[in-house]
Write a protein that binds this ligand. Structure first.
Ligand SMILES: [Zn+2]
Length: 287
């Protein structure tokens, strides 16, 4: 950190660079970032100056050796462009020493431009080390990109929706945010909900192949048939089953979980549900 702490300020590492004045009297630019595209995919481009690039690449001996080999004027012009592609979890960076990397080249044979593919998580982590505020903004933008994909889900295959929701969950988790901050879970895209399927089950969405996203955490998949059967069972329990005790003749509405037997609330004898079930009309007549 010595390299950055000329002022001796108490600011956390990474923030010190902000106020530093370069030897040429120009203020060092803040880490810049913008939404863009990378091979046709939504991406976030982060631009780092020489000092920020050194921090970002601190654990990569080859890259540090390359940065060390630059002349003073090359260092002043050095830019590292980092492309974060949240949907593919790819991070690609390119170092250029002519002000800006002009294109991404596969090797450093071009002498002035280096391009490497890196680990997405590792890159986000390194970015946090450089600037927490920018890290959070990158997470926010990544979450927005994924949320947009979720809202545009074509309802073809529920596993795609599950995958996107899991990704969004992972990203918002890193910042202690909620999925609901980005996507209204009660208004997900869905193929028409078939009859007999109660969304209170809960059912979050169904696809065109008859598979449904269910579960309190919206992370389980069941067929519409399974959901329908479960809804019927739920409905049956809610309505209850009218029973008449074979021993004492007491009638009541049973709402318990067993489909097999229960106990008469009046005489406490064991009652077999299939043998003691009566119709609603019999119940109403008190028979
Ligand atoms: Zn009884």
């Amino acid at each position: 950190m010595d390299r950055l702490s000329g002022s001796g300020s108490q600011a956390p590492p990474g923030f010190e660079a902000r106020g530093r004045i370069s030897p040429l009297g120009e203020e060092i630019e803040k880490m810049q970032h913008e939404t863009t595209y990378w091979n046709g995919e939504p991406a976030i481009c982060v631009r780092l100056d020489y000092d920020e690039a050194r921090e970002f690449l601190a654990l990569d001996a080859d890259e540090i050796a390359y940065l060390d080999s630059l002349t003073a004027s090359e260092r002043r012009a050095a830019t590292l462009e980092l492309y974060l592609v949240p949907l593919r979890e790819v991070a690609e960076y390119a170092v250029g020493v002519a002000g800006k990397p002009t294109e991404h080249l596969p090797s450093r044979s071009a002498a002035t431009t280096v391009s490497e593919e890196g680990d997405y998580d590792e890159s986000l982590y390194s970015l946090e080390g450089i600037d927490r505020a920018a890290y959070l903004e990158v997470l926010d933008r990544a979450a927005r990109i994924i949320a947009r994909e979720i809202r545009a889900w074509d309802t073809e295959d529920i596993s795609r929706l599950v995958e996107l929701l899991a990704k969004l969950d992972e990203i918002v988790d890193r910042a202690d945010w909620e999925v609901q901050d980005y996507v209204d879970m009660t208004a997900l895209p869905s193929a028409p909900i078939p009859e007999g399927v109660d969304t209170a089950y809960p059912v979050w969405a169904v696809d065109k192949r008859g598979m449904a996203l269910v579960g309190p955490g919206a992370d389980e998949v069941e067929s519409v048939e399974e959901v329908r059967a479960a809804c019927e069972e739920q409905g049956r329990r809610k309505r209850g089953t009218p029973l008449r005790c074979h021993k004492c003749g007491h009638t009541w509405t049973y709402r318990g979980g067993s489909q097999y037997r229960t106990t008469c609330p009046a005489c406490h004898v064991t009652v077999y549900i299939d043998k003691c079930e009566i119709t609603l009309a019999e119940m109403a007549r008190g028979e």
